[in-house]
Design a protein around this ligand. Structure first.
Ligand code: GH3
Ligand code: MG
Ligand code: MG
Ligand code: MG
Length: 318
């Protein structure tokens, strides 16, 4: 007798046998080698068992005279609940056509009755091995997809703040502008820059500056609307895309941001830091759909930011 490996002990085999010709002895033999055996005598009880117990393999006894076995084979291979469970046919039909029909209908294996237990067991083990290989492949595939997702996320994310990075926002802008042009919607931007940030670094250290940047990023993200996109554009500079909003609405949103940052006390290393931001706002109605607009529009938001800085900082300019 072959030895049952560890993995086989938790595997379940469902025997579907209408005339109960094979169930008894076969199920006892399988149990004696440590396989969990489930049985069903008709379609309804088979699907009951499949739903409740999720068998790994189905042994389908086909009673050729009634043709009912063939029908059930087709049902099992088509139904979503059972379509990915390998089916081993047990049949007294030895002709090639019956075998070909079984395989073409989706069976994974075919055993001719009367059979010897050793053959059934060997073929079951063979299916177990195929299942393990598939599981292994699926696992590897899942790991690869997760890695891929993580990499994709890393390429669009700023490591310090977790915001989108400059590369992402520039790409995103092109499609947002195209969208705005197509639907004749306004599109607006805010260029946000922390005032006198150098002073924070000089006074509290670069590390505290980093933490502050993270906190400011979070505050910005929590203060804008869900549709607005916040990106870290440079060191202490953020670009916010405000879709489908005109100049007036964007100025109000910018003012809200400015006030929020001004009124927030950022606690870093037991120091309560108060900072301010300057914001340059640019709104546009895109008429021609052109990606080259991006550089121009950002340039204009930058100019507005410079204006805010030269006018004394902690303010919004257009
Ligand atoms: P202004 O009001 O004109 O914007 O003054 P500022 O000091 O903020 O501007 P400036 O451009 O002179 O300095 C920006 C500072 O931001 C200098 C740089 O060291 C700091 N900085 C840029 N990126 C980071 C970062 O990732 N971490 C930290 N801690 N500091 C950064
Ligand atoms: Mg600054
Ligand atoms: Mg939000
Ligand atoms: Mg700056």
């Amino acid at each position: 007798m072959m030895k049952v490996t560890q993995t086989e002990n938790d595997k379940k085999v469902l025997i579907i046998d209408k005339d109960k010709s094979v169930t008894g002895i076969l199920s006892n033999r399988l149990k004696s080698v440590g396989i969990n055996v489930l049985t069903a005598a008709d379609e309804d009880s088979a699907f009951d068992v499949i739903t409740k117990n999720r068998p790994d393999i189905i042994l389908l006894d086909i009673f050729m005279q009634s043709k009912s076995g063939d029908d059930l084979l087709n049902v099992l291979t088509i139904n979503q609940l059972s379509s990915n469970i390998p089916i081993i046919i047990l049949s007294s039909a030895i002709d090639v056509n019956s075998k070909v029909y079984g395989f073409l209908s989706g069976a994974s294996d075919y055993i001719v009755k009367p059979f010897r237990f050793a053959e059934v067991y060997a073929r079951i083990k063979n299916q177990f091995r195929i299942i393990s290989m598939q599981c292994e492949l699926e696992k590897k595939n899942k790991e690869l997809m997760e890695k891929n997702l993580l990499l994709q996320e890393m390429t669009i994310t700023d490591g310090l703040t977790g915001l989108y990075n400059k590369r992402y926002i520039l790409n995103r802008l092109v499609s947002d502008i195209t969208h705005a042009a197509r639907y004749k919607e306004p599109i607006s931007f805010m260029m946000v820059d922390i005032d006198h940030f150098k002073h924070i670094n000089d006074t509290y250290g670069h590390l505290a500056g980093d933490i502050l940047l993270k906190n400011v990023a979070e505050t910005l993200k929590n203060t804008v609307r869900d549709v607005d996109i916040v990106a870290r554009y440079g060191g202490e500079e953020f670009l916010i895309v405000v879709p489908n909003e005109d100049l007036l609405g964007t100025k109000m949103l910018a003012e809200r941001l400015r006030q929020k940052i001004e009124s927030t006390s950022f606690v870093i290393d037991n120091n309560e830091l108060s900072i301010t931001i300057s914001i340059g706002v640019k709104s546009a109605n895109i008429t021609s759909d052109s990606g080259t607009e991006v550089t121009k529009l950002i340039g204009e938001a930058d100019l507005a930011l410079l204006k805010a800085k030269s006018k004394g900082r902690n303010r919004v300019e257009v």
